[in-house]
Design a protein. Sequence first.
Length: 123
Amino acid sequence: MPSRMRMTVITFDCADPPALAEFYRQVTGLEPHPRSSAEFAGLVGEDGGLAIGCQRVDGYEAPRWPGQSVPQQIHLDFEVDDLDEAEAMLLELGAAKPDHQPGGDRWRVFTDPAGHPFCVLTR
């Protein structure tokens, strides 16, 4: 039986990798990868854990959540202590909050500056 694989990077398509990486740097506290560029910007943790990558795609078109004309394809979930506090920070950093919020008081949906949806829920 083969050994288990370890996920190392989640990579997002986008039009502006450095800008999207900066958004996620501020959200997560991960550090910029030293070899980031205009074509691929990465973030890494101190412990060598899961990293985030942002890669330039010509003609990038943002997902249309909750519709599926351009599907979301992937989304992240983040746990926080206070939803209102997290929302204020995310909106200040450039996230958007769609009108459609299926989580009620349990979680909220946001989109990053490139349009990728992600959820924020309480611990």
